[in-house]
Design a protein around this ligand. Sequence first.
Ligand code: ZN
Length: 418
Amino acid sequence: MKSWPAPFVPIVPGRSPQVRVRDTVSGELVPAALGDSASVYVCGITPYDATHLGHAATYVTFDLLVRVLRDSGVKVSYVQNITDIDDPLLERAERDGIDWQQLATREIGLFREDMTALGVLPPDEYLGAVESIPTFIAPIEKLLAIGDAYLVPAPDASRPQAHDVYFDVSRDPKFGSVSRLEEADMLAVFAERGGDPDRPGKRNRLDALLWRAHRAGEPEWDGGPLGPGRPGWHIECACIACSHLGVPIDIQGGGNDLIFPHHEMSAAHARSFSGQPSFARAYVHQGMVGLDGEKMSKSKGNLVFVSELRRAGVDPMAIRVALLAHHHAQDWIWEEADLRAGQARLDTWRQAVSGNGGPPAEATIAEVRAALADDLDSPRALAAVDAWAAEALSSGGDDLGAPGVLARALDSVLGVRL
Ligand code: ZN
């Protein structure tokens, strides 16, 4: 899958300290990389709607993680997928009376434009589910062969004797270790987030779909011995992460609404077919961004789209600064005041770096790096820049190189272009 153009990342003297993130499974601060390399897998969008501020917050967060890891001297392998076939995409296309591929192509294009405008680094590998389908077949066959998956008759399929394939969660002793939810809580969110607890023929209500036999009116791909059909959502990320990064990966990332079932199931599938005891060494989850007191979600229709803000003339860097003003792990509510504050901050910083000299910037740059290396504490990083800007605007300063080097540092590690 074509990604988007990589922004220029200036080189700045010095380095970030070792980067630590709070693993949302253990609750502990852990090193994001164990040596001089790190593998990062971030769940991508399902392209049935435009990028809203919740998505933007997620991809800016992982952009920060990759920037600060690289700034600390770590070689990062960053993979992101795009779920370019799934029920929500087909349902939206049906509702709007358009071809599902046209819808996906349009929304993927808009996502690329939004990411480019927000200064987000593209992943090293950007992989569509559709183009990756051939790599899903062998792992699903293996799950069937070892008894961790089973067939469920699909009498409504387009061909007689067709079967869907399900993963048997009772076969995985570590099932539940990612979300740490009780079964009743799992069941409560399973159906809301793509699961089918009441499907007849399943062994356990939480069992997840691995392969769906072709139904009339749906697209289909060659599943080899599985028959024509299409993949389930969780196996897609498990297979892409394993085949492009190897297991265990260092960091699994995404919004905190993916913890269950998506990250729980992907980890279970990957452990089962790879035989490895762990899928991801640490999980980093982005908090939800709400609007009008509620979580921003398609079902509620309370979305603020990045592309609409851009069309209205909003500086994408003001959106980025507004997002960075909130710690990634916290849920928060978007308000107009966030954008006004982001723009005001950007204006102040731009004014502060436009003078002929300023206070020395080394300590500020070190503080920005230290803040980001400490679980991506972007509000603390922004406060350090605010302090430098306030001093530059009130007292000036005679360090002629400071404004330039600070501007390059903000571009490099915060991704904010002044
Ligand atoms: Zn995923």
